[in-house]
Design a protein around this ligand. Structure first.
Ligand code: 5AD
Ligand code: SF4
Ligand code: FES
Length: 345
């Protein structure tokens, strides 16, 4: 089948074989038609509204040692912080007053807070009438259950890559099986589950990216975040070639074709590689943006990769900046909580 026929098939049936996905990934001849098709599918299934999620980077401590990530435990050059529970609640309150209907609480992995502290944070934020997304790594099922019972709605945990060997090479001491266990537990506990992958990891193939996309469909993901791997000089992969903006956009667009009604963020890492990256993402299948609502120097210290955007900006500035950009491309900021399929709960 020719490339344009593959795109047409995906737009109508939302099904592609691995071979067809690889074909789309390996040629750049039909990129524009691919992005346009993803944009139409986005419009048809999730509409023109853009959901904003206010991101609070509440601690940059991490017990893991992923080779690509600046928060890895062996990166001794980074000043580490851990926000007090009351500070997290304060930042969330300000985000809610700025109009955010979801706050995302993200940190490195580890027992950085007791379960009681997290339950207090979650229930206090829930009282603000915002949805809560957690992104704090692998935990026992019972802890996920307790957070869910306290009011957490969604959980983000990228699989990063579905190539088990590559995954375990990139994240020494971590187990691919346990990551799958976490994703399954979260789904069973009724979270909206977000996952996703890095594009351009050393040793990653187009076949493996196609497997990632098929995996997103297989596990019934509600959200998918795709971003380029950006080499961080403070990590062992500092000199590796990074992922490209275009390839990340293609993986994202194909994901939209196959999972027409999910939430897909235009990721911050995309904008680190292209100054208009998030808006291009929103016009190629994405319907979510996650502006930073962390205050002060903590933004800079949450140093996953170099070139991070907005490190010197304030939450209020980012909020008005992103609203203007969204309106400029003819879209509007949603006033709802932005659950998948607009379900309210
Ligand atoms: N480049 C791009 N994304 C990165 N992440 C971590 N390190 C990097 C990097 N060097 C992403 C991972 C993780 C998310 C929080 O940040 O995909 O899931
Ligand atoms: Fe820790 Fe996540 Fe970075 Fe891995 S990717 S080192 S788990 S913060
Ligand atoms: Fe932060 Fe534009 S979103 S400055």
């Amino acid at each position: 089948m020719a490339l344009d026929e593959i795109i047409e098939k995906a737009e109508c049936s939302h099904e592609l074989s691995k071979k067809e996905i690889v074909k789309l990934l390996e040629s750049d001849e039909c990129n524009e038609p691919l992005f346009s098709a993803a944009d139409r599918v986005r419009k048809k299934y999730v509409g023109d509204e853009v959901h904003l999620r206010g991101l609070i980077e509440f601690s940059n401590l991490c017990v893991q040692n992923c080779l690509y990530c600046g928060l890895r435990r062996d990166n001794a050059g980074l000043d580490r912080y851990r926000l007090e529970p009351e500070t997290i609640i304060d930042f969330a309150g300000k985000a809610a007053r700025c109009g955010y209907k979801t706050v995302v609480l993200q940190s490195g992995e580890g027992d950085l807070y007791s379960c009681e502290e997290m339950l207090h944070v979650i229930s206090s934020i829930k009282a603000l009438d915002t949805a809560i997304t957690l992104s704090m790594g692998e935990k026992p099922r019972e802890e996920y259950r307790a957070y869910r019972d306290a009011g957490a709605d969604r959980y983000l945990m990228r699989i990063e890559t579905t190539d088990k060997k590559l995954y375990e090479k990139m994240s020494p001491c971590m187990s691919f099986e346990n990551r799958l266990r976490c994703l399954r537990d979260l789904k069973e506990l009724g979270y909206e589950v977000g996952t996703g992958c890095l594009v351009g990891l050393p040793g990653q193939t187009l076949e493996s990216l196609a497997d990632d996309i098929l995996f997103f469909a297989e596990i019934g993901a509600d959200m998918i975040g795709v971003g380029p791997f950006i080499p961080n000089p403070d990590t062992p992969l500092g000199k590796a070639p990074g992922g490209s903006f275009e390839m990340s956009l293609k993986v994202m667009a194909i994901t939209r074709l196959i999972l027409p009604d999910i939430n897909i963020p235009a990721t911050t890492a995309m904008e680190a590689l292209n100054e208009n990256g998030r808006m291009i993402g929103l016009q190629s299948g994405a319907n979510v943006v996650m502006p930073n609502v962390t205050e002060g120097d903590y933004r800079r210290l949450y140093a996953l990769y170099p070139g991070k955007i907005c490190v010197n900006d304030t939450p209020a500035h980012c909020r008005s900046c992103i609203t203007t950009k969204i309106m400029e491309i003819g879209r509007r900021v949603s006033q709802g909580h932005g659950y998948r399929g607009n379900l309210t709960r």
